[in-house]
Design a protein around this ligand. Structure first.
Ligand code: SF4
Ligand code: ZN
Length: 321
């Protein structure tokens, strides 16, 4: 006699489940999953003392599922938020990211600060091309600089990013593979400022997986940019994510245990490895190790290359001229 397989029921209301979370061995219907997801984020915010309801949170929004889901959760949970979006100038990917971010903000009546890298000085392809840096290195430097700058100039107390558990576990694996003690010291869900022009940086999704975030974005009808940045192909972060996904498939819960236990047991051991606090950039007055911050170092090199090109009368931005 064959036994009928019963469809899984929602852990919370016993209705027919639509989402199954292997790592928690539990299932939820649509409404209860949204409730669960928002509550997990709120618990992380409260547990880690990320911010309170009296503070305005600057949310870094790329237009991808994680950052838009984070903004959505914070709005739904009644926090005061302002979005900030960097226009990177990476062809159609950036145009699409900006369109989705602007549409999201307008639909919810939220303030969005936009910074156009190309109009400011140089977009990511120009920064990378003229300085001969990998695109992601130039992009990361520009992002850190402008997020810190806007948070500081706007007087925001806290900057929130949509990094999820998969991001944090992959970053941890990368840091462990190279035993980068300084990075391990800084890998925390809440990073307190180490300079008067830094603000607190928080990651409310650090315990929520990429899968959970994608399901939340889908169930909430969030229209996010689906295509990956063309520069992400071959990134080591993707290799670490792939390895962790295979471990997770064989042993559900591996990513959560890996990262949570690092925070609980190992992370405090690296506190002494933290670099001494930064000084101040003599060009832009933002935090810097040395006379110049990394972003100004890039911009000075960009200016030099442009001047070289101009003095040769070519007018081209090709660094090889
Ligand atoms: Fe920037 Fe690299 Fe991310 Fe593209 S993949 S957005 S270039 S950091
Ligand atoms: Zn600077």
């Amino acid at each position: 006699m064959t036994q009928a397989i019963r469809p899984p029921k929602c852990k919370r209301c016993r209705a027919k489940a639509q989402v199954y979370l292997r790592q928690h061995n539990s299932a939820f219907c649509r409404g209860c999953f949204i409730f669960y997801f928002q509550r997990q984020a709120e618990r992380a915010i409260a547990h880690e003392h990320m911010f309170g309801r009296d503070e305005v949170v600057l949310v870094a929004v790329s237009g991808g599922k994680d950052s838009l889901a984070l903004w959505d959760v914070l709005i739904e949970s009644g926090y005061q938020t302002v979005g900030m979006h960097l226009e990177l100038g990476i062809a159609e990917y950036s145009l699409s990211s900006t369109r989705k971010t602007v549409a999201f903000a307008e639909a919810r009546g939220q303030k969005l600060i936009r910074v156009d890298l190309g109009a400011e000085n140089a977009d990511v392809p120009t920064l990378a091309g003229l300085t001969r840096r990998p695109a992601c290195a130039a992009c990361g430097t520009a992002k850190r600089h402008h997020f810190d700058r806007v948070a500081d100039e706007g007087g925001y107390a806290v900057l929130a990013t949509g990094h999820n558990l998969d991001d944090e576990a992959a970053r941890l694996l990368g840091n462990v593979m190279r035993w980068q003690q300084g990075y391990l010291a800084k890998q925390q869900p809440v990073l307190q400022p180490t300079h008067e022009r830094f603000v607190r940086k928080v990651k409310p999704f650090y315990r929520l997986s990429e899968y959970e975030t994608a399901v939340y974005a889908f169930l909430r009808g969030i229209d996010y940019v689906v295509e990956e940045c063309p520069n992400s192909a071959g990134a080591s972060q993707l290799v670490y994510k792939d390895v962790l996904n295979r471990l997770e498939a064989a042993m559900p819960g591996t990513k959560l245990t890996f990262f949570q236990e690092f925070l609980r047991t190992a992370q405090p051991l690296f506190q002494n490895a933290e670099a001494s606090p930064p000084g101040t950039c003599q060009r832009c007055a933002m935090p810097a190790f040395g006379d110049r911050c990394s972003y100004c170092t890039l911009l000075v090199e960009v200016d030099r290359r442009r001047q070289q090109a101009e003095s040769r009368g070519s007018g081209t931005t090709n660094p090889d001229v």
